[in-house]
Design a protein around this ligand. Sequence first.
Ligand SMILES: Cc1ncc(COP(=O)(O)O)c(C=O)c1O
Length: 391
Amino acid sequence: MGRTVQDELEQIRSKGLFRSTRLIQGRQSARVTMEGRQLLLLCSNNYLGLADHPALIDASVRACQSFGASSGASRLVSGTMEPHEMLETAVAAFKGTESALAFNSGYAANTGIIQALVGRGDVIFCDRLNHASIIDGALLSGARLVRYPHNDAVALAGLMEKQRGTGRCLIVSDGVFSMDGDLAPLAELAELRRRHDALLMVDDAHGCGVLGEQGRGSAELLGVLSHIDIHVGTFGKALGSFGAYAALSRELRDLLVNRARSFIFSTSLPPAVLAASTAALELVQTAEGDKLRKRLCDNTSLFRGLLRDAGFSLGEGNTQIVPILTGGAEETMDFSRQLLEEGVFVQGIRPPTVPAGACRLRCTVMATHSTQDLTWAAERITHIGRRLGVV
Ligand SMILES: Cc1ncc(COP(=O)(O)O)c(C=O)c1O
């Protein structure tokens, strides 16, 4: 007899890895309500606070009234509507590329794009800490997957020399690593792209809207916007909406339209979501966007400084993703539970999202947090961290 579902669940529980969803009542803001209690939200990717911004809500409502609730079909059937085209035009202008293509989510973008670009006989070089959706795309593609040590461009260079083949060669990296908050060495990756005539794909899910003077992301910050072949980003994080994009050449877009299965075989994004994403892209390029980025940056410095001074180990990053490294799964979840009791909502991150022994509280700072919110949260984190022996 095969293993039962009950046995499998018991096994997950026994390792301290059982997960479940948590219900947020009302809107996603800097403070949220859970089980009737007001909590400070410190684990959302709504970095700029756009998820309940009136400009996005208005655009969404108007699009729903004008275009209806659904696209009714996949893009290549009859599901390409004006809001799709408007968003793709806006993305291409934002990233400075010839064209862009919308995907239903970042997960769908990464799996679809990689599987469309490479296959048997090709090779894909992938940072060890890349997001699961990139790994899944690489596995789906059938290309040879070579994983290089995190952010180690020297090791990557060596591997690329060794693995030279006749097929297509793709380098893929997160722009900002989702669980560590550090940046990829994009200039070095761009140089390897040039040297090996490879394609470079950067998933900037956590940098888009936030990093760079105009919020164009990690590639803008590092001055390599034009050296990346496929810019991927999501609308569900700093941009406060839902879905994802690839910004790229017209030729590559044509290839994805013809080959990316997650694009071809799925009903396209609905008008309301597309309009919210377009409104968010407009907003991040205004003076208000500049102000929100500045506020996020100040908030991040304050929060990181307070935790560092308290003695916490925060890894290598410098962004709004602030991991507090805790070690084991049980103590991490205990830390998270105790914080919740005090009114701070931070999720504990465990395997398989991070490697065993590298559990963490993944704190995320928002532009809409007040100085008082962050000072208070850092104080509660320090208090409990000391009690648990983390610091
Ligand atoms: C780096 C990265 N890429 C892709 C995704 C997936 O994006 P989405 O939530 O839009 O599916 C995430 C997180 O969700 C992410 O952190």
